[in-house]
Design a protein. Structure first.
Length: 300
């Protein structure tokens, strides 16, 4: 009966924003997320996770929150003989070199999800994906209308607006249609770099969670240096959302929430004039949040 027991593992989705690019810590040369089994000697889930991340990447951890528990059958084509339950965590860090033993490295979100970055307008990767999904919808006439509605809503087609928070739904739709390598396909152009088992699904889950959360909780400051300019803050939020923000509205919102304060110092960003430096008001970390405001996202 021992072989029939489920195997529990801990997985970390560590996110940083570096040079205006959202990035994720990986192991196995970009093919997987840091992970390891939850063992009896681990005091808690978080303690076990921190141990495995330290061993595999050597990167310090700061903010952590539990993300999701993945327990579907046949999650990995390479390991169908046993059931694995993966407890995932989202971590927000500031990127550092990773000297760990798991061939660690930082990779951009949009290397795995090229269709998700709309900061410069609608990405070219969406065209072949939409074409392939439309062809998939037509393969079952009785379900075509339902499938087409899902496609339009997910990809922002035929009058539907682009919703940045549907990152997971978009990936799962592509998986269901057999367009991504993880589903056993050769991979349609534009569907991004694959990952081990369902690790890319976990990353999509983290992107969806973080894109929603930055609108009502000040977690973005976990990714910022101690002092920063307003332009730097805006570019960081844009990188995470994959969208351009309306500058005056963004700054008005930040002012209204009283989340930051001037440091009294100036910084000269490359190619620009000196700009005021700000810092996050740590005193209001627990008592203040973007509870009723939404970021002024402009959809190109």
């Amino acid at each position: 009966m021992k072989d029939a027991l489920a195997h529990a593992e801990l997985i970390a989705v560590l996110t940083a924003v570096t040079n205006d690019a959202p990035r994720v810590m990986t192991v196995s040369k970009g093919e997987a997320l840091p992970s390891g089994p939850f063992e009896l000697e681990h005091r808690s889930l978080q303690a076990g996770l921190r141990e495995w991340v330290n061993e595999q990447t050597g990167h310090p951890l700061g903010y952590l929150e539990q993300l999701y528990t993945f327990a579907d059958r046949d999650r990995s084509p390479q390991d169908r003989a046993r059931r694995t339950i993966s407890i995932s965590y989202l971590g927000l860090v500031r990127e550092q070199a990773a000297p760990g033993a798991g061939a660690p490295g930082w990779h951009g979100w949009y290397e795995y999800f090229p269709w998700e970055d709309h900061r410069e307008g609608r990405p070219d990767a969406l065209a072949p994906i939409a074409e392939a999904l439309n062809a998939w919808a037509a393969t079952e006439p009785s379900r075509r209308d339902h499938r087409q509605k899902r496609i339009d809503l997910s990809l922002g087609l035929n009058g539907a607006g682009w919703n940045e928070e549907l990152a997971l739904q978009r990936y799962e739709l592509m998986y269901e249609a057999g367009l991504v390598t993880e589903a056993g396909a050769q991979g349609v152009p534009g569907t991004g770099r694959p990952m081990f088992a369902d690790h890319r699904r976990m990353l999509a889950t983290a992107i969806t969670r973080l894109r929603a959360k930055i609108k009502y909780r000040p977690v973005v400051f976990e990714l910022m240096p101690e002092s920063f300019t307003l332009s730097h803050l805006q570019r960081t939020v844009e990188a995470l959302a994959g969208l351009a923000l309306h500058k005056p509205n963004f700054r008005r919102l930040i002012d209204q929430q009283e989340l930051i304060e001037e440091t009294g110092e100036m910084s000269s960003e490359t190619g620009g004039r000196p700009a005021k430096l700000y810092r996050y008001r740590r005193a209001i970390l627990e008592e203040h949040a973007l509870s009723s405001a939404r970021l002024p996202l402009s959809r190109n």
